[in-house]
Design a protein around this ligand. Structure first.
Ligand code: ADP
Ligand code: ZN
Length: 210
């Protein structure tokens, strides 16, 4: 089962991907987490990506496509995977097609803009393992400390209010057209994001199995 989770920044793709991948026994692949990891480790790819990410712009297609291609070639992807945050442009979707990857379903998680802004301002992420949290919707058990790995939980640079609006604009301009791309292939299913993470998870699983 090869799935794509599509949605605006803060719609909850990553959170849902973490839940669903456990249930289906396939890895969730977040290009955002992979890029943040590369930035943290100071690799050449990370150094090149950092300025784009900090501004809220997309990292150039050829860089992200290369990273993704290597990742899905790994053994744990043989039974399938969930792509979270890829593709983000029509060019990336076409590259995936060219790699011969068959996508079973594209799950769009839809949340109104005014809610997105509130969600992003409360979002926190683990510096160690990349797990995501939210001050109100998904707090850590101990303040500021990751439940799963014990590392520090911080606000992403690009979740600061100045950057959020430009990320939403980028989403509308570059990523939203993917809805039409996958709808035309009969693969798009839309899930309305709910207040409670567990409620969205039920709808997401129903959309995958339905
Ligand atoms: P969100 O979904 O909240 O925007 P991500 O963690 O998916 O956050 O992505 C963070 C940043 O990483 C993006 O703003 C972008 O700069 C970069 N990025 C992640 N995935 C891609 C991609 N597929 N193509 C280009 N840039 C990407
Ligand atoms: Zn952690």
């Amino acid at each position: 089962m090869n799935l794509i989770f599509l949605g605006a920044p803060g719609a909850g793709k990553g959170t849902q991907a973490e839940i669903v991948c456990d249930k289906l026994g396939i890895p969730a692949i977040s290009t955002g987490n992979m890029l943040r990891e590369a930035v943290k480790n100071g690799t050449p790819a990370g150094l090149a990506a950092k300025e784009y990410m900090d501004r809220g712009d997309l990292v150039p297609d050829e860089a992200v496509i290369g990273i993704l291609k290597d990742r899905i070639a790994q053994d744990d992807c043989k039974k399938g995977f969930i792509l979270d945050g890829f593709p983000r442009t029509v060019e990336q979707a076409e590259a995936l097609d060219k790699m011969g990857v068959n996508i079973d379903k594209v799950i769009e998680i839809s949340v109104p803009d005014e809610k997105i802004i509130a969600r992003l301002s409360g979002r926190r992420v683990c510096e160690g393992c990349g797990a995501s949290y939210h001050l109100d919707y998904k707090p850590t058990k101990v303040e500021g400390i990751c439940d799963s790995c014990g590392a520090k939980v911080v606000q992403r640079v690009d979740d600061k209010p100045e950057t959020v609006l430009s990320r939403l604009e980028t989403y509308r301009e570059k990523t939203a057209p993917l809805k039409g791309y996958y709808e035309a292939k009969g693969k798009l299913v839309t899930v309305e994001g709910q207040e409670e993470i567990a409620d969205t998870a039920k709808l997401t699983l129903a959309a995958i199995n339905g």
